[in-house]
Design a protein around this ligand. Structure first.
Ligand code: ASP
Length: 303
């Protein structure tokens, strides 16, 4: 069985036209104005991993659209008793779920679910693979500041290797013609990362990444995923931490983004996190209209 229409499993296989359509529809969504596009529908939020922003904004988005939401977290559910992913999916279908939003530590888990269950599945982050709704809300945020993708350069700095955010962002930005520069030490940004999508380049030097850049996207060092790999954090901070002085190398009107959670004093200083160029909280806010559009699309109401 192929994934149900309206599923959003990743950005890699989404056409640029579809991406732009979702972004355009998101612009019409207003979190302060309830719209009954999902009236009476049941949206299940199935979270096998921690989440603050993604979970709360999917929940708010579903509620503004009139849906009922059910949150299931691995702890406290039958998942703890060893129930398989698919049996959990069949169970949720049996209780009448209309859409499943899933976050899972294994890459491909949402795809497996989507192949076996006849309702739309939305990937809210699968292992090191993709985080499509984050890429869409980031693109939405870029468009609000920069008006168009034309001629833009985005520098993504930090732990690219463990970042599903970076993977989805590279696919999306490359599809809409944006130049992407990935920057960090070889342990976190392997050379092969330049093959992620057309037009992606790798550099080890933060000044090189920042020169001429319109958008500076910072990523957290995902210590929980390092699995024994040692990262010299003082060295990382000395070479890659975004400080106000470093940020001056980027374009004067460059914006600073970060998917969160931010670790002040590691990948960025408080001065940058709270500075006028930061769009970090705006990204969180933009998560709601973007996820409203994704949910409306899931039930065939994105028109
Ligand atoms: N919140 C993002 C994610 O779920 C990034 C991060 O955790 O650092 O992938």
């Amino acid at each position: 069985m192929s994934a149900a229409r309206g599923s959003l499993l990743g950005i890699e296989h989404l056409e640029a036209a579809e991406i732009l359509k979702i972004l355009k529809f998101a612009r019409r969504m207003n979190p302060d104005k309830p719209r009954p596009l999902l009236k009476g529908k049941r949206v299940v939020l199935l979270f096998y991993e921690a989440s603050t922003r993604t979970r709360s904004s999917f929940e708010l988005a579903a509620k503004v659209l009139g849906a009922h939401t059910v949150l299931i977290q691995a702890a406290g559910s039958s998942i703890e008793k060893g129930e398989s992913l698919l049996d959990t999916g069949y169970t949720l279908r049996a209780v009448g779920a209309d859409v499943i939003v899933i976050r899972h530590p294994s890459a491909g888990a949402p795809h497996v679910m989507a192949r076996h269950i006849d309702i739309p599945v939305i990937n809210a982050g699968d292992g090191l693979h993709e985080h499509p709704s984050q890429a869409l809300l980031d693109a939405y945020t870029i468009l609000r500041s920069k008006k168009s993708f034309k001629g833009l350069q985005v520098a993504i700095i930090g732990d690219i290797f463990h970042s599903r955010v970076a993977r989805s962002a590279c696919h999306l930005l490359s599809k809409v013609g944006v130049k992407v520069i990935l920057c960090g030490p070889p342990e976190l940004v392997p050379e092969i990362a330049s093959t992620l999508a057309p037009g992606v380049r790798v550099t080890r030097h933060v000044e090189d990444a920042l020169r001429g850049t319109d958008v500076v996207m910072l990523l957290r060092v995902q210590k929980e995923r390092l699995a024994g790999q040692k990262i010299n954090l003082p060295d990382y901070i000395a070479r890659y931490q975004m400080t106000a002085a470093r940020l001056k190398t980027a374009k004067r009107d460059a914006i600073v983004m970060h998917p969160g959670p931010i670790i002040r004093g590691l990948e960025l200083t408080s001065e940058v996190a709270d500075g006028v160029q930061a769009r970090i909280l705006e990204e969180v806010r933009n998560g709601v209209p973007t996820r409203m559009a994704i949910l409306a699309r899931a039930v065939g109401k994105m028109r």
